[in-house]
Ligand binder design. Structure first.
Ligand SMILES: [Zn+2]
Length: 398
């Protein structure tokens, strides 16, 4: 039996009554028939079908409404054919009349995002002939996909145009035109239907086939703001926010900027420049530190007698390029195994070992066998890490 879609009749209703047609225990989420994402915290154990509902199911890329039926949380809502299936945490009695209430804040936010998307898509088609080929609306993301990429200027222009349409506060009209009327009007659609098509018209901006609840007037969308745009499958994926979600995001960004401005004691206009300066300074300091360490290591090397065979150095902190330089210098001067180990007895060591007289791979194998070391390389040089004490490493290498 087809479920009567109350959200279709009035998108602003929040409470409704319905008769329980069926209730079936499904055990867990895996009892669901499709792999949809739905609401994320689904533990729903009962599949409930009512004669009518206000709950918009997961459909057309939009996640379902949230809310309760007889005070029981509705964890997911799916549509199969004409039937809307509610997933509930507890059972309802077949035949009883129940009261449902949707989470209005959540629903209205979805309406703001979805109506905003229609204005953008309608305008993009009119202005550039680019088609919307995908839409995703969940609590985490709001994205729309187009079959053609926009330039940065086009995106800025589009964003402005959508906000102008919002300010114009035009009517959004929904309905099911007859077959004849439908054949006369031009509308955007991802699928070709010939009957039962719900048309959402945003006067002067868009006409589109769509099953979702929309705002009555565009002014209710509040604001439309693009968050990011990436090239995607030859077209473009645009992430955006409308209304209160855009306000929340603005608050987040403003907080981050205020915090950063405080840390860097600068105004927001100079933030990027200041961070770049800091990055450059850090790199300069890193380079200077590396040079200083290299100098210290060189004077250390001079104090090792040239005739000494097998030189193993243990250091707490050295960059890999310095390690490599030191090993190269040791190998030039000394016979046997020359190695540099950087780290601590408790935290383990990274190593580079070189030699012109011994096969380094054999040394690496010994370290691996006796101390569980990792790494490898050539006969002249091996590199890796080992979790062991310095004295055990010395013992093993010798
Ligand atoms: Zn739509």
């Amino acid at each position: 039996m087809a479920t009567r879609k109350l959200y279709d009749i009035d998108a602003y209703m929040t409470k409704f009554e319905g008769k329980v047609i069926a209730c079936e225990e499904v055990g867990d989420v895996s009892g669901k028939d499709n792999g949809s994402e739905g609401n994320t915290d689904v533990q729903g154990c009962y599949k409930v079908i009512l004669d009518q509902t206000l709950f918009f199911p997961e459909e057309g890329g939009q996640t379902p409404d949230k809310g309760t039926i007889n005070g029981i949380a509705v964890t997911d809502v799916q549509i199969k054919g004409d039937e809307i299936i509610h997933y509930l945490e507890a059972p309802l009695e077949v035949g009883e009349t129940v009261t449902g209430e949707i989470d209005w804040k959540h629903r209205f936010s979805n309406m703001q995002q979805h109506s905003g998307e229609h204005i953008f898509s309608g305008t993009a088609y009119k202005k550039y002939g680019y088609r919307n080929v995908g839409f995703h609306l969940s609590d985490q993301i709001v994205t729309m996909d187009f079959d053609h990429p926009f330039t940065e200027e086009q995106l800025a222009e589009m964003e402005w145009a959508v906000n102008e349409a919002i300010v114009a506060n035009v009517e959004v009209v929904t309905g099911y035109p007859s077959k004849d009327v439908l054949s006369q009007i031009e509308y955007r659609s991802k699928i070709d239907f010939d009957e039962g098509v719900r048309i959402v018209e945003i006067k002067g901006y868009d006409v589109c086939a769509c099953c979702a609840p929309h705002v009555h007037k565009t002014g209710e969308i509040g604001i439309f703001k693009i968050q990011s745009a990436q090239n995607y499958k030859g077209g473009m994926r645009i992430s955006f926010l409308c209304g209160f979600r855009a306000l929340e995001e603005y608050r987040n960004k403003a907080q981050i900027i205020t915090k950063l401005s405080g840390i860097l004691t600068t105004n927001q206009e100079q933030l990027a420049e200041n961070v770049q300066k800091l990055k450059n300074q850090t790199q300069t300091l890193k380079n200077q530190l590396m040079t200083a360490k290299q100098t210290i290591m060189e004077s250390k090397l001079e104090s090792i007698p040239a005739e000494q065979k097998d030189v193993l150095l243990f250091e707490t902190d050295l960059d890999t390029p310095v390690m490599r330089n030191v090993v190269n210098k040791l190998v030039e001067q000394h016979e046997g195994i020359c190695g540099v180990f950087v780290g601590t007895d408790t935290g383990g060591y990274n190593y580079i070992i070189g030699s012109k007289t011994v096969d380094c791979r054999e040394v690496a194998s010994a370290l691996k066998e006796k101390l569980g070391a990792r790494g490898g390389g050539s006969t002249q040089m091996v590199q890796g890490s080992v979790q062991a004490k310095a004295e055990d490493i010395v013992e093993c290498v010798k």
